[in-house]
Every structure is written in structure tokens, then in C-alpha cells.
Design a protein around this ligand. Structure first.
Ligand code: BMA
Length: 347
């Protein structure tokens, strides 16, 4: 059983992306990674779980699939901004933006950390984030593009929401860009356009809006080639975390596949003075009941990673789960994972 210990140290002002308010969080992530431990993060935890979800009027956020199984909460929550760009009350998976903020504050008060991803709609076609029918989308939203002004309103809405949190957060925009399943993916824009998109986002948030509570995470998917990883890297000034997304099934052996990612990224993270993290992972439906201790833990063994995020437990798709839940075959194994000395949970 472990308690989350918050280690806040004096700020080290290196040449990196984070702003003063985010600095203690970044230091905490660095020190945690160096200590050999990592935060366990679960996407959409507290909002819903396998076969349950919050009602709109709910303001008690104590239910959690993770807690149901091990009696402790994930030390990190992953939430998604998808839908905020349109001014919606709920995100793309039906979570209320208000409740996400309340639940995040609830876990933050217990020492927890929040990380945001963003699956925004396609600003050119009107489709969703997965609409890759045009390779002109990124171009269209960059300065001078036909959708630039509209897209700046999307950024403004996302910035307003993030600003309403008032405590440090991890922001992981434009993720999995090494694949081509999102409109900002590898085959849909040039590396230069991708970097411009990132820098435009950063400049608007940080320089124009003065948002100083974000730690910025860069997270391509499944890249084992250092040159490819760096091809779309926006620059040290704009990134704090060098992470990656990698799922079970990407290669024949998950553990080896994960380790190859980190063998590529760790030297880069060291060279650039960044923190490494597993920004998204999981095995959909967790076929191996010992996945947590037989596959996930060995995959990060010996690597300094600040956190490991497993994706969501959909409440309406019984096989679409990546975390534990009461009754799942992996229940007991997850308790062992929770009790392992490396993992950090919140009581
Ligand atoms: C995907 C799936 C979708 C979901 C999306 C955004 O991986 O889980 O069902 O809508 O992420 O959260």
C-alpha cells in the first residue's frame, strides 16, 4: 500500500516549455520518474466505469472502477477536451465538462494529477477527429488558411476551459501524430505544418492567454526510430514531456514493443532534459488476466517513466475496457499491480 507523496521542490528554471505555475508539477514528475516509481493514470475515471456512469445531477465523485477493485484511486486522471471547441456541455464521450472539472478538483485535493488529451472535430470538413478525408486540414487552420479564424475560436474555447481549472495540469495535444488516423496525422500534413500547429497552439495558450499552469506532453504512437520521433518534435521550448502511446496488439509482443519505444525515447529525453511518460497504453478487454504484472510491469522495468495511463472503461461497450473493474478476470492481478512498490495510487 502506498501513499502519494507530493514532493515539491525549489524551481529549477531550465530552458523548457513550462511556465512558473506548472513548474512544481514538472519537478514532481521528474523526481518521481527518477525515483523509479510512476503514477497510475486511468482515462475517464470517476466519470463512468464498466456498466455505470454519473447522472447529470451527480456531485459525488467517489465511485471508481479502480477504487472498487483495489481500494485506492488512480493518482492521475486522463480527461478529453473533445467537444469543447464547439462550446458543448459534454465531451465526445458524453462526460459533462462541469463534472470533469469538479471530479478533477476532488482528486487534485487528494494529491492527484490531471492530464488532458483532445480529440477535436475536423475544422475543415465538419467530421470528427478521425475524419482523414482531406490532407488540407492542418494547412487550412494555420495563419493565412481559410479556417484559421474559426480555429482560433476553437483554441479560445479550449483555453477558457483549461484556465477555469486554476491548478497545474498536463496537456497532451495533437497526440499519435505519427499515425494517420487523426486529421493532424503523418500523411495528412507535413512535419513542418505539424510543428506550426503545435507552436500556434502553444503561443496562443501561453503567450497570448498567459496560461502558465500547463506541462506540455508530446506523444507520437509506436515510433522506434529516433529520427522519426524527432521529425515532428516542436522544439524544447514547447515540450516538457517526451512520451508515447502504445497499445497491446501493435506488435506480436507487447512488453518488447513497449521496451523498444523507451529504448528510443529515453536517450532523447535525457539529451533534451525532458521527462518520459507512457501517455496512453492498454490491452482492450485485457485478454491476459495477469496482464498488469506479467506484461505491463515488465514493460517499464528499469525505465524512468513519470506515469502510465491506461485508456477508458466504456460504460456502454462491455469489451471496450483498458482498466480493471469489479468482476473482471484481471481483478486480483490489478491488486498486485497496485501493491507493487513502483506504482503510485491515491488513498
Ligand atoms: C477511442 C475510443 C472511442 C473514444 C475515443 C475518445 O480510443 O475509446 O470510443 O470516443 O477514444 O475518447
Amino acid at each position: 500500500m502506498k501513499k502519494l507523496s507530493l514532493i515539491l521542490t525549489a524551481a529549477l528554471f531550465a530552458a523548457c516549455a513550462q511556465q512558473p505555475v506548472a513548474q512544481p508539477l514538472l519537478e514532481q514528475l521528474k523526481q518521481t520518474a527518477e525515483s523509479g516509481r510512476f503514477y497510475y493514470c486511468h482515462q475517464d475515471d470517476l466519470m463512468y466505469g464498466h456498466s455505470w456512469r454519473l447522472e447529470d445531477a451527480d456531485c459525488d465523485f467517489s465511485r471508481s472502477d479502480v477504487f472498487d477493485v483495489c481500494g485506492e484511486y488512480p493518482s492521475m486522471l486522463g480527461y478529453d477536451l473533445g467537444g469543447i471547441e464547439l462550446g458543448s456541455d459534454k465531451n465526445l464521450d458524453g462526460n459533462s465538462f462541469r463534472q470533469m472539472r469538479q471530479a478533477a478538483a476532488w482528486l487534485h485535493d487528494k494529491g492527484g494529477i490531471i492530464t488532458f488529451s483532445w480529440h477535436p472535430r475536423n475544422p475543415l470538413t465538419g467530421g470528427d477527429a478521425w475524419d482523414v478525408s482531406s490532407d488540407k486540414v492542418v494547412e487550412s487552420i494555420l495563419p493565412g488558411g481559410e479556417k484559421h479564424d474559426e480555429f482560433m475560436v476553437w483554441l479560445q474555447r479550449a483555453a477558457d476551459y483549461i484556465q477555469s481549472y486554476g491548478f497545474p495540469l498536463i496537456f497532451r495535444p495533437w497526440h499519435e501524430n505519427s499515425g494517420s488516423w487523426f486529421w493532424w496525422g503523418a500523411d495528412l500534413c507535413t512535419p513542418e505544418q505539424f510543428k506550426q500547429l503545435w507552436i500556434m497552439t502553444y503561443d496562443y495558450f501561453v503567450k497570448e492567454r498567459g496560461i502558465d499552469n500547463l506541462v506540455w506532453a508530446y506523444s507520437p504512437n509506436g515510433v522506434v526510430d529516433a529520427e522519426k520521433y524527432m521529425l515532428t518534435y516542436p522544439g524544447d521550448e514547447y515540450v516538457d514531456i517526451m512520451g508515447f502511446d502504445y497499445y497491446h496488439g501493435h506488435s506480436a509482443n507487447f512488453t518488447e514493443g513497449m521496451r523498444s519505444q523507451m529504448e528510443t525515447i529515453l536517450p532523447l529525453a535525457k539529451e533534451h532534459g525532458k521527462v518520459m511518460a507512457v501517455c496512453e497504453t492498454g490491452s482492450e478487454g485485457i485478454g491476459n488476466p495477469k496482464w498488469w504484472t506479467e506484461e505491463l510491469l515488465p514493460s517499464v522495468e528499469g525505465f524512468p517513466v513519470a506515469y502510465v495511463l491506461t485508456w477508458r472503461n466504456a460504460w456502454d461497450r462491455p469489451q471496450h475496457f483498458f482498466g480493471p473493474w469489479k468482476g473482471a478476470a484481471c481483478e486480483q492481478d490489478f491488486v498486485e499491480f497496485c501493491n507493487n512498490e513502483r506504482t503510485i495510487f491515491v488513498k
